[in-house]
Design a protein around this ligand. Structure first.
Ligand code: BT5
Length: 265
């Protein structure tokens, strides 16, 4: 479905956010909104500045994976965050973004989204969005975090490369009709702004509870592929720092900070 470019002044109209999106940098095509936001942050961009691109030539996932970013159908955005939080709280920002994203997605369809630890938002078990948080820390403090979000809005299955077609979805596929991208973007900025404020002011507790309620593999047997080992066990939930808690086959509780989770049976 051919669509026009995003109408950014329209997104700004009625945008009720405190910090996020006060400044929006818009590009028809960019390498990666995360790379661009990092360059801006290094040049002093303020907390809440947002970068949006219609398309990315080098959209990134975690661990050097690619984020497929066709033009004018979806959203690719990155926010510069300068939270008043210690470096140890950086993983919480990824989980906060997943909660905010799931809230926004839920408003635009009748199906409840779930979250796959740590950063995937799923609809009907398929990936609709991903979060990539990259932080820069100095002396135990967060200098800035670049929070990148890719979300499939009007992406038809027939345009998805085969490598993701079985595992990915979009709002249009689930709703059966396209979404107005400006309305989704405005709402997403507001939800991120709200959850970000909540995290800073009240701590991780409330966000963690909402994350847990959407956790797709809670209580299930999972396999976690980490850099140097694979762990099989039962997913318990997340701990106060945002680590995934897994009960291993010997009954010991393990904390996982980075890895890929899949169902084990
Ligand atoms: C993520 O990584 O899910 C984080 C994706 C973050 C993308 C945003 S877009 C704006 C900002 N700028 C960037 O450069 N990045 C951020 P990960 O968990 O590693 O998942 C990557 C995997 O998801 C790939 O290996 C594919 O299997 C799958 N994938 C790639 N593109 C997809 C798409 N458009 N929709 C659904 N799945 C996709």
């Amino acid at each position: 479905m051919a669509q026009g470019p995003l109408d950014i002044p329209r997104v700004r109209q009625g945008l009720a956010s405190r910090r996020l999106g006060r400044k929006i940098h818009y590009f028809p095509l960019i390498d990666s909104t995360n790379s661009c936001a990092r360059r801006l942050a290094e040049d002093g961009a303020a907390d809440g500045d947002v970068v949006i691109a219609e398309s990315q030539s080098h959209g990134r996932g975690r661990l050097g994976r690619a984020w497929i970013s066709p033009p004018s159908l979806n959203l690719y955005l990155s926010a510069v965050l300068r939270p008043a939080l210690p470096a140890s709280a950086a993983p919480q920002l990824t989980l906060m973004a997943a909660v905010a994203l799931a809230d926004t997605v839920a408003l635009f369809c009748d199906t409840e989204p779930s979250i796959k630890w740590p950063n995937d938002v799923l609809l009907e078990g398929k990936k609709i969005a991903g979060v990539l948080a990259e932080s820069s820390c100095a002396a135990e403090r967060i200098e800035f975090v670049i929070l990148g979000i890719g979300v499939n809005l009007n992406y038809p299955a027939e345009l998805m490369p085969e490598a993701i077609r079985d595992r990915a979805t979009s709002l249009m596929i689930v709703r059966g009709q396209p979404v107005e991208r400006e309305a989704f973007l405005r709402r997403l900025i507001q939800d991120l702004d709200r959850c970000y404020g909540e995290l800073e002011e009240k701590g991780f507790g409330a966000i963690a509870q909402r994350w847990d309620a959407r956790f797709n593999l809670k209580g299930k047997k999972i396999r976690v592929a980490m850099e140097d080992e694979t762990l099989v066990g039962t997913a318990v939930g997340i701990d106060p720092e945002g680590a995934l808690v897994v009960l291993d086959s010997g009954g010991a509780s393990r904390r996982v900070f980075a890895g890929d989770v899949t169902p084990a049976e």
